[in-house]
Design a protein. Structure first.
Length: 291
């Protein structure tokens, strides 16, 4: 294998490594930025929903009970989650990709039923009682989301009025939701998790597209660079070296000793050419003396 080919192969390998590294770094950087942005958005949406629930429970619900009593049950007026869900459904009309869910092991509302991944999350919260929140990535229906979750734990018997024994629950609640689901909760149990899902699939796809574009542009640049290097090598290194090799062979055979070796370049190739030319002159003079 010639020096030119070996040099070109080395340049190609190093350039490809650089292009791949640039694409990988770009992808990781953009993914990291997407996750940071999703985290900020997730916390913002969750804090808003949580604040809405807390305000309803501490400020509005006591007034509703005082005005209407506890003998009636209207979910839209007396359920903190129903209120939070209604607020989010209005919010989701403008941002349909976001998902807010009170994922529950045994819910009154069937749509709140936790799936397998959410059950694992609830179980994780139950095993780690000191944990106040958890965040990460989750794939649902082929789409990647960044989730922000906080546990809902039964810390006292207040929740058991509606979720303990169905016989103790408001009659209107039983009429609406029945007696099969949403009951049997116990103090100390982690029953559900409030989760906000922030879509990041588009950001991940964009990061991948950008990394691919950088790699393709880098590869095209490498091809152009290799072509320029090949032309430069052929003209300024390979061609002069081949010429000097041929002239050195002729000199060793005593041929064309009268022809000067012209190397106008002032680099190492030119120095080698002038050295061979001096050798030609010396051999020519030596042969003339010998004759």
């Amino acid at each position: 294998m010639s020096i030119r080919v070996r040099f070109m192969a080395l340049i190609a390998i190093l350039s490809l490594i650089a292009a791949v590294s640039l694409a990988v770094v770009s992808y990781k950087f953009n993914v990291g930025q997407a996750l940071k942005e999703a985290k900020v958005k997730g916390e913002l949406v969750y804090n808003y929903m949580s604040s809405s629930r807390d305000y309803f429970r501490t400020e509005q619900l006591p007034l509703i009970y005082a005005a209407a009593g506890r003998d009636i049950f209207i979910p839209e007026l007396m359920s903190s989650f129903a209120v939070a869900r209604g607020v989010f459904e209005t919010f989701a009309k403008r941002t349909p990709d976001y998902v807010f869910k009170q994922a529950t092991k045994n819910p009154l509302v069937p749509s709140n039923k936790a799936d397998a991944q959410e059950l694992e999350l609830i179980s994780f919260f139950h095993k780690n009682q000191n944990l106040k929140e958890k965040e990460g990535q989750m794939v649902k229906n082929g789409q990647t989301y960044y989730y922000f979750a906080q546990p809902i734990r039964v810390t006292d018997e207040t929740c058991l009025v509606c979720h303990g024994d169905p016989a103790d629950a408001p009659d209107e609640q039983v009429d609406i939701y029945g007696e099969e689901n949403g009951y049997g909760w116990e103090v100390g149990d982690t029953v559900s998790a409030l989760i906000v899902y922030v879509p990041i699939q588009k950001a991940l796809d964009k990061a991948k597209e950008l990394a691919t574009s950088l790699f393709l542009v880098g590869t095209a640049g490498i091809a152009i660079l290799m072509l320029l290097i090949w032309i430069f090598f052929s003209r300024y290194i390979v061609k002069p070296v081949i010429m000097l090799e041929q002239r050195a062979t002729e000199i060793s055979l005593g041929k064309n000793l009268h022809e000067s070796i012209v190397t106008p370049s002032q680099d190492e190739i030119g120095s080698l050419g002038r050295a061979i030319d001096r050798l030609r002159i010396s051999i020519e003079k030596m042969l003339q003396r010998y004759k």
